[in-house]
Design a protein. Structure first.
Length: 195
């Protein structure tokens, strides 16, 4: 009977061990299924997150592009106004010459605009031959008794002025008695507009 109980105990232990291994394998299988399910959920969430990030980036890029377009349009309106704005152009040129280039107001001569006839938004302007839809607005300016360095400063300031202005012709008369001084400077310029 003792032998029978040991044999029975042995079989019970073998059965328990087999059941334990089966339970462990079943637990691993069940755990693996759960991990795969959670991994699929996480992968889907990550994909949704990536798509959302891509949309946000695209929206930010579109907004920047829109801001840049708006900024470029404003800059273009300053460089190429829709009207000739003669008074503003005159004030800008006088300010550029006197305040930015340092030419005393008394040394500024005449500033005259070409054109005549009936005043209108485009009177005195000319159609640009190089750029369609753009008009030029020619004018002349004279200055007297300035130094050569002051002239260079004026030319640099005109180049960086807020409005697009081009110098077509420049005539200088040096002062014969003082080296580096100019007795007269005649400038032929043109402003641009895009009505």
């Amino acid at each position: 009977m003792k032998n029978f109980q040991a044999k029975q105990f042995f079989y019970v232990m073998v059965a328990a061990t087999i059941l334990s291994f089966g339970g462990i394998i079943g637990a691993f299988y069940w755990g693996n299924q759960q991990l795969e399910s959670k991994a699929d959920i996480i992968a889907n969430l990550q994909t949704d997150y990536d798509v959302s990030e891509a949309k946000i980036t695209a929206l930010k890029s579109a907004q920047k592009s829109s801001d840049l377009t708006e900024s470029a349009t404003k800059l273009l309106d300053v460089l190429l106004p829709r009207q000739k704005e003669q008074e503003k152009l005159l004030a800008d040129i006088i300010y550029t010459a006197s305040s930015e280039a340092g030419i005393p107001f008394t040394k500024l001569g005449t500033i005259s605009f070409s054109g005549g006839g009936e005043p209108s938004d485009l009177s005195g302007t000319e159609q640009s031959t190089n750029v369609p839809g753009v008009y030029t607005y020619p004018f002349t300016m004279s200055i007297r008794d300035i130094s050569y360095e002051t002239l260079l400063k004026l030319l640099q300031e005109i180049e960086t002025n807020g409005r697009l202005v081009q110098i077509d012709n420049l005539q200088i008369s040096p002062d014969k008695e003082t080296p580096g001084q100019l007795s007269t400077v005649e400038l032929s310029l043109k402003a641009f507009l895009k009505p």
